[in-house]
Structures are given as structure tokens and as C-alpha cells.
Design a protein around this ligand. Structure first.
Ligand SMILES: O=C(O)C(=O)C[C@]1(C(=O)O)C=C[C@@H](O)C=C1
Length: 327
């Protein structure tokens, strides 16, 4: 089947680069006719709608940055969408350039456009080198580069974009400064999301993503949730609170935990959460990009759960049939 992938466009966004990286890792003998179709979208929300409506089969979306933290737009859209599954993740190194139309000097720059997440990662550099420049939002880093490339000479005067080196090159812009990110070695994590609930099999180096609502207005509800993971030896690699949106002070938790649904300890933690929390939205189990295998204590490995279940089952066999003591 010819796969159709959506991404935050235009071409050369970091999201596009993450998608190309993912496709390069799944080598297949392709002819020009069966090459996957890559479709740019103006936002993660628009790509998600197209996914839900069946216009495309999968989307790549930024979820977490090593400097800025969770990408709230993506977290909120994923949390609000049913019947979608994260099947893979990709980590992309992030470096930004300041790009402008040929002939523009750094001293001419009065306005800088980019994706808000990119702006946040270069704010120190902008303050130091362009303290008087207006910072303007764009739907993506590459969209900022593209609109500058397509603007009239007059409109483009004194303007610059913060984008990837690839975007500057692709849209024919000059690079005024390279490596302008405030934190060297920054990375963004992207997730590949599909519509059908096909969970990739366990590899031993997996992650599971969840959105959980806690019992409203009860002391210790967060601690109770964390204790369920702890009791089952499940390590959390990300936890973030996001407003639910229905009232002030109501938050949901977006979490990544180490392990796969097929791991008994993860399944046991999920069963407990389901009993205790009003909403548990399972978003998928998928291989970790870094391939690091989870360290599992002996008391919470699969054999320990199977052994414990067999023990209780054997004890249950001894229950005398008939009326129970409470009746
Ligand atoms: O604008 C892009 O190029 C994107 O792919 C989006 C995005 C993000 O949402 O964080 C991705 C990576 C960078 O951290 C900056 C922007």
C-alpha cells in the first residue's frame, strides 16, 4: 500500500527532516511509483484532522524539545484525538541560522520571524545581537524562510527568519549567522502517529505514552498515580501537566513511561490506573529512538508477574465451591 504521510510544512521544517530520517531507517526497495507520498500541512492540528479523516495514513509531529520541553500544541491535539496511535519516535539535532534575502546585512535587520518554539531557543542570541528587532510568529521555521523568499523586495527589506540551514539553502536565502541557538546540542523528539490501533511489538527498549486525568479535588491523587508506577517498577521518562480546558485549576498529565504494553509490569500499572483514574488515554507503545533497554528489577520482570499469578490461581483452586463466607 502506498503510504501517505503528513508533516508540519513546508519542506525543510525540522518535522520534515524527522520524517525523512524515519523513512530512511525503514529501507525498502522502492520504485518511483511506490515512493511514499509526503504532504505538508500548516499545523499539527490540520495534519491530525487529515489523519483522522483518512486523507493520510500517518503524521510526524514534534512532541518534546530538550530546551523548551513539551510541544504543547502537539500534546493537546494528541490528548484530544481518539483512535490514533504513536508507533515510532525520532530525535533530530536542532541548530538554527539567521537567514535573510541576499544583500541584507545583520545591521539592517528590524524584524525576525520564526516558529515560537524556535524563537524560544534563540532568544538569548536575539537579545544580544538584535535587541531592537521585532520578533514575529510563523507557523514553522521553514514557513518563515519561505514567506521571506516570496516577499517583494520592499516587504523583505530589514527582515530575517530563524530556520534550519537546510531551509535557508532551499529557499535561496543568505545566512547572516549560524549556530544561533542558546543551548548547543539541543534536540527535538518527534512522534510518528497512525490512525489504526496497530501497536508495534515489544523490542525490550520501548516507551509508552499516556494521558491521565486524576480524581478531581482529592488530596494525594498525583502521589497515588505515581505510586502505582512505582509499585510495578515502571520508570517515568516524561511527565507534564496540561490544562484540561474546562475550568481553572483542572489539569491532565501527559506521560512517557519506560516499557511496552506487552511488559507485564506496564500492563499491571495500566490496569491499576484504569481502576483509580477517571481518564486514561493510551497513546501507544513504540521503540525508543536511543535503543536503550529498560532496566527491570527481578521483582517486576515478566517471570515474577507470571509466577505471582500462577501462585494466586493455585490458591484459588482450593476455595470450596458453594456459599461464600460473606453471604
Ligand atoms: O518549525 C519547524 O521547523 C518545526 O518542525 C517545529 C519545531 C517545534 O515545534 O519545536 C520543531 C523543532 C524545533 O524545535 C523548532 C520548531
Amino acid at each position: 500500500m502506498l503510504m501517505r504521510y503528513g508533516f508540519l510544512g513546508p519542506e525543510t521544517t525540522f518535522t520534515h527532516q524527522a520524517l525523512l530520517q524515519a523513512l530512511a531507517q525503514t529501507p525498502r526497495t522502492r520504485t518511483a511509483e511506490d515512493a511514499p507520498e509526503l504532504r505538508p500541512f500548516p499545523s499539527v492540528a490540520a495534519a491530525t484532522t487529515a489523519l483522522v479523516e483518512g486523507e493520510i495514513d500517518a503524521i510526524m509531529a514534534p512532541i518534546e524539545n530538550s530546551v523548551e520541553g513539551g510541544v504543547s500544541g502537539t500534546l493537546d491535539v494528541l490528548a484530544a484525538t481518539k483512535r490514533i496511535t504513536i508507533v515510532a519516535e525520532q530525535v533530530v539535532p536542532i541548530t538554527f541560522v539567521l537567514a535573510a534575502r541576499p544583500g541584507t546585512a545583520l545591521a539592517d535587520v528590524r524584524a525576525v520571524a520564526s516558529h515560537p518554539h524556535a524563537q524560544a531557543q534563540v532568544q538569548g542570541w536575539i537579545r544580544a545581537h538584535l535587541p531592537n528587532a521585532a520578533v514575529e510568529p510563523a507557523s514553522s521555521t521553514a514557513a518563515a524562510a519561505q514567506s521571506l523568499a516570496e516577499a517583494s523586495e520592499e516587504e523583505a527589506h530589514g527582515r530575517a527568519a530563524v530556520c534550519s540551514p537546510l531551509a535557508a539553502e532551499h529557499f535561496g536565502l543568505d545566512i547572516l549567522a549560524r549556530g544561533i541557538e542558546d543551548n548547543r546540542g539541543a534536540q527535538t523528539r518527534f512522534v510518528l502517529v497512525t490512525r489504526n490501533h496497530r501497536i508495534p511489538p515489544r523490542t525490550g527498549a520501548d516507551k509508552t505514552t499516556l494521558v491521565v486525568h486524576l480524581a478531581h479535588n482529592r488530596a494525594g491523587a498525583l502521589l497515588e498515580m505515581l505510586e502505582l508506577f512505582n509499585a510495578n517498577g515502571v520508570n517515568l521518562s516524561r511527565i507534564e501537566s496540561r490544562p484540561i480546558g474546562d475550568a481553572l485549576g483542572r489539569y491532565s498529565f501527559s506521560l512517557d513511561v519506560e516499557g511496552h504494553l506487552e511488559d507485564r509490569r506496564v500492563a499491571a500499572a495500566l490496569r491499576s490506573l484504569h481502576r483509580v483514574c477517571p481518564v486514561v488515554h493510551y497513546l501507544g507503545s513504540y521503540p525508543r529512538a536511543d535503543g536503550v533497554r529498560s532496566t527491570v528489577a527481578e521483582a517486576t520482570d515478566d517471570a515474577a508477574y507470571d509466577d505471582a499469578r500462577a501462585w494466586v490461581d493455585a490458591l484459588s483452586e482450593m476455595i470450596t465451591p458453594g456459599e461464600s463466607a460473606g453471604e
